[in-house]
Design a binder for this molecule. Structure first.
Ligand SMILES: O=C(O)CCC(=O)C(=O)O
Ligand SMILES: [Fe+2]
Length: 360
């Protein structure tokens, strides 16, 4: 097992309540779209409206591209902690991070690499060359999947097919990121139906995210009815998230999906790679006029991607980040701060009643 080292000040990992879900029902709740099928545009739009998340098959990415990145990434994460920092810089926010996510107190049982991948180059000079090559090949492939999904979304919305894709792919000054998350098996045992936080509940702020993981479970999404359901891992598929920006571009027709990761309890690490399709800092994020009905008002005040990203970096993962940009508070969920959470400390979870009651 690879040990995660971290400053002692972040020794505390929050718990999350993970009610046992019926595996069949959970899998059925997650839409699956064959990207090459004739009805793909309608199916993608439907999934983005109902769940904000779907599994994409027939995406055209050869298995070897993702497998190569997976093995290079595992080799990187097996290096001594200091080497990982030396090679990629400490995450601020880009670079190598361990346990700390962002700079506002979020922690989880993971280590990661967060990289800017706009304009086809991974902007970290000293990564091991085989890892860099694997990242660049993977990024080129997953960007195509993201681009295709954005075309299908546009088609499903009845707007110009190239409109959303051109905000992200090949966009001058664009903002595409890749995050490689490694969740080693967690030796901490959570009480009852709790799990140890791998990555806390959040929505992704960009337009869309495209995720691929190895065979180890852990990802969960929140359905519209409030139920958390586990996403069965499937290394042969990609999983697509609606991000906050797409929620705004569709004036709330699509909703960004809340998701989180529970740390692996078994012997296997989870390795996931997420491509975040963001746009240029100067891009206005506002409902597309073509999707608005006559007389329909925007639910959001005007902002640019740059403004939203800056605001997002000042918040906690679980904060309702779109809240300050909403014009009609009643139209969306109440703003939520990060709940106080129970903690694991020094390898033992504390099953105090009061703490467990505060699990989100
Ligand atoms: O690692 C995962 O499976 C998901 C992580 C995630 O949601 C993120 O990095 O934004
Ligand atoms: Fe995410």
């Amino acid at each position: 097992m690879v040990a995660i080292t971290a400053p002692s000040s972040i020794e505390q990992i929050p718990l999350m309540r993970c009610p046992k879900a019926n595996a069949g029902q959970a899998a059925a709740a997650i839409p699956c779209v064959d990207l090459s099928a004739p009805g793909a545009a309608a199916a993608v739009a439907d999934a983005c409206r109902s769940v904000g998340f779907f599994r994409a098959t027939n995406h055209g990415v050869p298995a070897g591209v993702a497998d190569a990145l997976e093995s290079r990434a595992m080799a990187f994460f097996a290096l001594p902690a200091q080497d990982k920092v030396d090679m990629s810089g400490a995450a601020r926010p880009l670079g190598y991070g361990s346990k700390t996510i962002g700079s506002n107190g979020d922690v989880g049982w993971l280590e990661y690499l967060l990289l800017s991948v706009s304009s086809n180059s991974v902007k970290v000079s000293s990564l091991p060359p085989p890892l860099r090559t694997a990242l660049e090949e993977y990024t080129a492939a997953v960007r195509e999947v993201g681009g295709r999904v954005l075309e299908l979304i546009a088609e499903g919305l009845g707007v110009d097919r190239a409109l959303l894709r051109s905000m992200v792919v090949g966009r001058e000054g664009g903002d595409e990121l890749v995050r490689v998350n490694h969740y080693p098996p967690c030796p901490l045992r959570a009480p009852g139906d709790c799990g140890v936080t791998g990555f806390g509940e959040h929505t992704d702020p960009q337009i869309i995210s495209v995720l691929r993981s190895n065979c180890t479970a852990g990802l969960q999404i929140k359905l519209r009815d409030g139920r958390w359901v586990p996403v069965p891992p499937d290394p042969e598929s990609f999983f697509v998230n609606v991000g906050d920006s797409l929620q705004v571009l569709t004036n709330g027709r699509f909703r960004s999906v809340k998701h989180r990761v529970v740390a692996p309890e078994g012997a296997q690490s989870r390795l996931s790679v997420i491509y975040f399709g963001g746009t240029a800092a100067s891009q206005r994020i506002a409902p597309l006029p073509q999707v608005m009905r006559d007389g329909e008002q925007s639910l959001y005040r005007e902002f640019t991607w740059g403004e939203y990203k800056r605001a997002a970096y000042k918040t906690r993962l679980g904060d309702h980040r779109l809240g300050p940009f909403e014009l009609r508070a009643a139209a969306s969920e109440p703003a939520q701060g990060a709940d106080p959470q129970p903690h694991c400390s020094s390898g033992t979870c504390m099953p105090q009643q009061q703490q467990v009651a505060q699990v989100y």
